[in-house]
Design a binder for this molecule. Structure first.
Ligand code: NAP
Length: 475
């Protein structure tokens, strides 16, 4: 099952393959193609040919395929959720939510594609007419990560196709099967051959071909900051357009006037979703010194109730980490923090089960300093460090020191503080009194080393169009 790529509307198999693992059992659950130069070149050829007619369709015609795709995904939500859980590790309930969220994104762009408006601008001379139109960028390469393997595909494919671009998707090697399954549903809409292509396999081989081919006009990448920086340099060779959705290091600041029950609940929900492997996941909890003890107790109570296990089993709230390296990294971060004076409140160890999976216990650390690695870097796992602060200025200064700038959160009931702090935090997204950010109509994305460009809303469509200025001189 799912042992093929989609190129030019056809299933394509290769001799070389890569293994796909279940992170909850450590067992191989299938093989997918390891696409080589030949496959990637064929995908680019197909997408370039298809672009000519796809870009000419009306937005309603393109939107109809997207709407159908969303409906297909919803009809298959249970089997897709199970597949995602098996391959990525997250609980089925989260995977189901991700499929539903992906369908919402796709449906939203099916409609929004109809509103890619241009402008008519008043001229400076009587015989000139100035019109600005928006046109699709062309053939786009979309590179996605494993942590939200469905949503990340939907968030790129939907606006790209709605804008009139054709695409080649390269999903993460940990989660290619869910990408193939989602593509099956896209192909079932009878979208014209070559409009959407999917290649799986080694990133280095695939990306070299994509970057070297001048027909690829745009790269949209979601993944780590390290890889993003390399790709930005590679894009410079041909001045290819590139959007980067990269890592984060989100603080959550809890002021003493907050509702602490709500804050604790929302913080735990965000921090341990997807086993902490979330770009906009909380990296550090900043508690005001007056409420630190009370907040910590509330968080600890909730964290100790989290049921960890195989995501496909009922009632499980947190699955395994994605691989052994991620598990090892959690151990290293906790060891480093403890050696530098942190106190372990709960968790802090591998969970041994009869399964050979990558389970780590939900962890809370206090007595944290900014010298610890888990403060400097993106944790990307189920470890919650708690720090204290005394005043607003200090906590803003601390939060803005990070080289990342994806998401920040704070809790307060003071309306003046809401704007004062939101405006000063150097982040692309700020959540106040809540931690859910990803919705189709809002611009998701970061500043500084968290990337550039936005996904979601009409802003997400701008990433896939070029402006063209047409000057008419009347005679
Ligand atoms: P990653 O290692 O950077 O990989 C992401 C994607 O890039 C995968 O498809 C990967 O393929 C590919 N890739 C790796 N090296 C490449 C290269 N040299 N050239 C071209 N492609 C390359 O990141 P990850 O570990 O999958 O994802 C976790 C990171 O993504 C975290 O830092 C997280 O914060 C970030 N993220 C950001 C957002 C956002 O919206 N800002 C959303 C989700 C995740 P292979 O799998 O084949 O190596």
């Amino acid at each position: 099952m799912f042992n093929y790529n989609w190129i030019n509307g056809k299933k394509w198999k290769t001799e070389k393959t890569i293994h796909v693992m279940n992170p909850a059992t450590g067992k191989v659950i299938g093989d997918v193609p390891s696409a080589g130069k030949k496959e990637v070149a064929a995908a680019i050829d197909a997408a370039s040919r298809a672009y000519v007619s796809w870009s000419k369709l009306t937005p309603s015609e393109r939107g109809a395929y997207l709407t159908k795709w969303a409906e297909n995904l919803l009809n298959k939500r249970e089997e897709l959720a199970l597949l995602m859980s098996e391959e990525q590790g997250k609980p089925v309930s989260e995977a189901r939510g991700e499929i539903e969220g992906s369908a919402q994104f796709i449906k939203w762009y099916a409609e929004e594609g109809k509103r890619i408006y241009g402008e008519v601008i008043p001229p400076s001379s009587q015989n000139q007419r100035i019109t600005v139109i928006k046109q699709p960028v062309g053939v786009c390469a979309l590179i996605t990560p494993w942590n939200f393997p469905g949503a990340m595909i939907a968030r790129k494919v939907a606006p790209a196709l709605a804008a009139g671009c054709t695409i080649i998707v390269k999903p993460a090697s940990e989660t290619p099967k869910i990408a193939i399954a989602m593509f099956d549903e896209l192909m079932a809409t009878k979208i014209p051959a070559g409009v959407a292509n999917l290649v799986t396999g080694k990133a280095s081989i695939i990306s070299d071909v994509l970057f070297e081919d001048q027909r690829i006009r745009k790269i949209s990448f979601t993944g780590s900051t390290n890889v993003g920086k390399k790709l930005m340099k590679k894009a410079a060779d041909q001045v290819k357009r590139i959007s980067l959705e990269l890592g984060g290091n989100a603080p959550v600041i809890v002021f003493p006037d907050s509702n602490l029950d709500v804050a604790a609940e929302k913080i735990v929900e965000n921090k341990f979703e997807n086993c902490g492997q979330m770009c906009n996941g909380i990296n550090v909890i900043m508690a005001h010194k007056d409420i630190e003890e009370e907040l910590t107790e509330k968080i600890k109570y909730l964290v100790q109730k989290i049921k960890v296990g195989e995501g496909t089993k009922a009632d499980v709230q947190m699955g395994p980490l994605i691989n052994d390296a991620a598990l090892q990294r959690m151990e290293d971060l906790v060891k480093d923090a403890k050696e530098k004076g942190a106190t372990l409140l709960t968790g802090g160890e591998r969970i041994q089960t009869e399964l050979d999976g990558y389970f780590y216990s939900p962890t809370i650390l206090t007595d944290i300093t900014d010298k610890m690695e888990l403060i400097q870097e993106e944790i990307f796992g189920p470890i919650a460090p708690i720090m204290t602060f005394e005043n607003e200025e200090d906590v803003i200064e601390f939060s803005n020191k990070s080289p990342y700038g994806l998401a920040a959160y704070f809790f307060t009931n003071d309306v003046n503080r809401v704007y004062r702090i939101s405006e000063r935090l150097e982040y692309g997204m700020v959540g106040v009194n809540g931690t859910q950010l990803s919705v189709p109509q809002a611009p998701f994305g970061g500043v500084k080393e968290s990337g550039m460009g936005r996904e979601g809303g009409h802003f997400g469509l701008d990433e896939f169009v070029e402006l063209k200025y047409i000057s008419l001189t009347l005679q």
